[in-house]
Design a protein around this ligand. Structure first.
Ligand SMILES: Nc1ncnc2c1ncn2[C@@H]1O[C@H](COP(=O)(O)OP(=O)(O)OP(=O)(O)O)[C@@H](O)[C@H]1O
Ligand SMILES: O=C(O)[C@H](O)COP(=O)(O)O
Length: 392
């Protein structure tokens, strides 16, 4: 790790502003998946133990620069308090005199959570005034929000330029795990990429082609590759404007000697509703008007065989419409077959949910808390929220 971390600065008695990624799913005023909260605990606990005054700032969802009652951070504060086992005071704003007063009243070891920073119109514009407002609250800035490191916002970049800025433990762990994939993956290195669209992942697909031995493609994006090969996919989710991209990726894989593997069979259904008629067909026999919603058993077998021989695996994106059983079968079967002998790295909210549902989360070497951030990192891009942190 070339970046300074919280261990490289004296935090005792200091006001420390920690950018966390508490962008978590909520239902009926409760956090339904607290993975990102748990992931930030080591940094928060360390700072409390060291006697820092801890001020947490996060976004939640995508409010349009104004308060949105359904996206307040109160449920997050409540859950965090349970996990931390110490009080977390939640404020209703992020900057200004009231917040400054609350910060001035903090004692070493206290934890304060600011309101959703995206309620402020300056956040996503990286507005200097908002950055100044945040800088006023602290002596030291810590970024532990790996999931948001690909955004150049006021709370990830603007404020970091105004104070000594270092990485939290989660940020450091993510950088280390993902860097290994870029610099020294044990071979064979196999990437498994699924999810809805090629257009979201074109950059990472191209980057992976220069690094991996095998690239396995499933999910909605495989439909576009299959259509590019001339198969009729019925009413399946696919991107007609990405057929050329798909062809060029397949061509590049051939030139580079990368084993690009597409589904050979699919689970097709008459529609997406629960209980709809469905069956397994070879890729050249999708019935007119039906849709592919999962990879079939022959594909699962082939993917598992290749994964069994891998020493490094990166997985992003479910292999089918996994929210709706039985179309989770392919994703779950592949998750269960991930070999314990390989270094396995999984990223993306849906993929992490699928791995958890399959009951194999504890067998994964590194579960990234970043979706878009982990993909951009693997594209080889410098993430602005990381670039701005101090070097060792
Ligand atoms: N064959 C398919 N037909 C329809 N939807 C599909 C299909 N395959 C995958 N999906 C959908 O794609 C979505 C996941 O795609 P996405 O690319 O967002 O995954 P991810 O990167 O793991 O998650 P995140 O967006 O949280 O980072 C899921 O909602 C899933 O149901
Ligand atoms: O969930 C995420 O990927 C991060 O929290 C970033 O959220 P954003 O895509 O709304 O910037």
């Amino acid at each position: 790790m070339t970046k300074k971390t919280v261990k490289d600065v004296e935090v005792r008695g200091k006001r420390v502003l920690v950018r966390v990624d508490f962008n978590v799913p909520l239902k009926d005023g409760k956090v339904t998946d607290d993975t990102r909260l748990r992931a930030a605990l080591p940094t928060i606990e360390y700072l409390c133990q060291q006697g820092a005054k801890v001020i947490l700032v996060s976004h939640l969802g995508r409010p349009k620069g104004a308060p949105d009652e359904s996206l307040r951070l109160d449920p997050v504060a409540q859950r965090l308090e349970e996990l931390l086992g110490r009080p977390v005071r939640k404020l209703d704003s992020c900057v200004g005199p009231e917040v400054e007063e609350a910060v001035a009243a903090l004692n070493p070891g206290d934890v304060l959570l600011l309101e959703n920073i995206r309620f402020h119109p300056g956040e996503t514009k990286n507005d200097p005034e908002l950055a100044q407002g945040l800088a006023k609250l602290c002596d030291i800035y810590v970024n532990d929000a790996f999931g948001t490191a690909h955004r150049a916002h006021a709370s990830t970049v603007g404020v970091a330029k105004l104070r000594p800025a270092v990485a939290g433990f989660l940020m450091a762990k993510e950088i280390e795990a993902l860097s290994r994939l870029l610099t020294s993956p044990a071979r064979p290195f196999v990437a498994l990429i699924g999810g809805a669209k090629i257009s979201d992942k074109i950059g990472v697909l191209r980057s992976l082609l220069t690094r991996v031995d095998s690239l396995l493609i499933g999910g909605g994006m495989a439909n576009t590759f299959l259509a590019a090969q001339g198969y009729n996919l019925g009413r399946s989710l696919l991107e007609p404007d990405q057929l050329e991209q798909a062809r060029s990726i397949m061509e590049e894989a051939r030139e580079r000697g990368v084993n690009l593997v597409l589904p050979r069979d699919l689970v097709v259904a008459a529609n997406k509703e629960a209980g709809a008629e469905h069956r397994v067909v070879p890729v050249n026999e999708v019935p007119e008007g039906w849709m592919a919603l999962d990879v079939g058993p022959a594909t699962v077998e082939e993917f598992c065989r290749i994964l069994a021989g891998a020493r490094t695996i990166f997985w992003n994106g479910p292999l089918g419409y996994f929210e709706q059983p039985p179309y989770d079968a392919g994703t779950v079967a592949v998750a269960r077959a991930l070999p314990a002998t390989a270094e396995t790295i999984v990223g993306g909210g849906d993929t992490v949910a699928a791995v958890t549902r399959a009951g194999v989360a504890d067998r994964i070497t590194h579960i990234s808390t970043g979706g878009g951030a982990s993909l951009e990192f693997l594209e080889g891009k410098e993430l602005p929220g990381i670039a701005v942190l101090e070097d060792k």
